[in-house]
Design a protein around this ligand. Structure first.
Ligand SMILES: Cc1ncc(COP(=O)(O)O)c(C=O)c1O
Length: 394
């Protein structure tokens, strides 16, 4: 139990019969540690708000007042928690963060423009850039002594040489779990200001910043930076309601919002009343639940670190945020994508490193947002398989 919230409630056998894609894909054949959903019970406040809607058969079109309430709740929270100077009038609801990335690319760049992002990268970054006919400019993070680091010199020269119009930032960073510091973000912002980039900052994992780190919102760096920044967020990741589809785009200037809203509202799609009610309850009422989840994740992170200390000691850098562990399994000689071998030999399903770009060859991403007994079993299985194989001598 974490406070009043029993985050270890579900056993592996309960999870294996779930209908969501995380557990559906491999069923009982492998413990699911891939897609970024958590295995915890959702917050009572969120369940209650959705149950009230269902209980009252109140599933009609949402009233604009509800849309406004969600935007107000996000703006108030972003101001209070992350120091962003954002007003509800500059917030737009979208169905999901990835949709807003596509729309942002179409609204703020032209075909052929360069779009820079830090790699390895959450896979939709590269596909959104490619599918909208923009050019991906990849800036690899560098493995430092304690954490992955931004190579600022390389970022500056890639932006200058690459004809970039946009920076697609992911902070906290998926898959490395980096929570970029104020100094790092200020240096990144200097590059963006110098080159006149629009910055789309995907901060969906901000609320999952773990003990030891503090989330710094890119748009909080000052008015000049905010004016060129679009912050994307959602309750979906931190409150584990990704299936409900409700996200926000917060614009640092009216001009950016107006450019985004040139896409007619009906073409942008709409958000369901269930998604809105859940987001509102999450942001306004589920703070205690979120604290319990963050504490549980921080403890799970320790278990993963102990595992990594044993099996990938030289290369592992623990995440500062998120529930994702980025594992370099290159030493085991399992090829570019170690995940098929892990599914067959450890019966655990991780995300393939190469999905995150060439920088992910030989890596796998492990999702540790699961009840403690499930994580223990997962790590035991992985340890037995990797221990049996041993690092490659080739
Ligand atoms: C960095 C990042 N952005 C966006 C998403 C997906 O958000 P949505 O479901 O709102 O598109 C994820 C999901 O894992 C993510 O890790």
């Amino acid at each position: 139990m974490s406070g009043q919230v029993d985050l270890d409630r579900y056993a592996r056998t309960d999870l294996e019969v779930r209908r969501g894609t995380k557990w559906r894909r491999y069923g009982a054949t492998a413990i699911a540690a891939w897609v970024a959903d958590m295995d915890y019970p959702i917050a009572d406040e969120v369940r209650g708000a959705v149950a009230d809607l269902l209980g009252a058969d109140d599933l009609g079109y949402p009233d604009p007042a509800l849309d406004r309430a969600v935007r107000d709740a996000f703006a108030a929270r972003a101001r209070a928690r992350y120091g962003m100077a954002v007003e509800a009038d500059e917030v737009v609801l979208v169905s999901d963060v990835v949709q807003a990335i596509y729309l942002g690319l179409l609204a703020f760049t032209e075909p052929g423009d360069g779009v820079v992002f830090l790699t390895p990268a959450y896979p939709p970054f590269a596909s959104a850039v490619a599918e909208t006919g923009r050019r991906a400019v990849r800036c690899p993070l560098v493995r430092g002594d304690d954490r992955y680091e931004v190579d600022l010199d390389s970022l500056g020269s890639l932006v200058r040489a690459g004809g970039c119009a946009m920076l697609l930032l992911c902070n906290p960073h998926n898959p490395t779990g980096r929570s970029f510091t104020r100094d790092e973000l200020e240096a990144i912002a200097a590059v963006a200001l110098d080159a006149g980039l629009v910055v789309v900052s995907d901060e969906i994992h901000a609320d999952l910043t773990l003990a030891g780190a503090t989330h710094v919102a890119f748009a909080s760096l000052g008015p000049e930076v905010a004016a060129r920044t679009v912050t994307l967020s959602s309750a979906s990741k931190a409150f584990n309601v990704a299936g409900l589809r409700c996200a926000v785009a917060a614009f640092g200037s009216e001009a950016l919002r107006e450019r985004f809203e040139r896409f007619p509202a009906h073409a942008r799609g709409s958000v369901s009343v269930v998604g809105m009610v859940a987001a509102l309850a999450a942001w306004e009422q589920a703070g205690t639940w979120l604290e319990a989840v963050r504490a549980h994740l921080a403890a799970n992170r320790e278990l993963v670190s102990a595992f990594a200390e044993r099996y990938v000691p030289a290369t592992y850098r623990p995440p500062e945020a998120t529930y994702l562990a980025w594992l370099d399994l290159g030493a085991y000689g399992l090829g570019d994508d170690p995940t098929a071998w892990l599914r067959a030999n450890a019966r655990v399903a991780l995300s393939p490193g190469p999905d995150f770009g060439v920088e992910g060859r030989g890596f796998a991403r492990l999702n540790f947002a699961t009840p403690r007994p499930v994580l223990e079993e997962m790590l035991e299985r992985l340890g037995a398989a990797l221990g049996g194989r041993g690092p490659s001598t080739r």
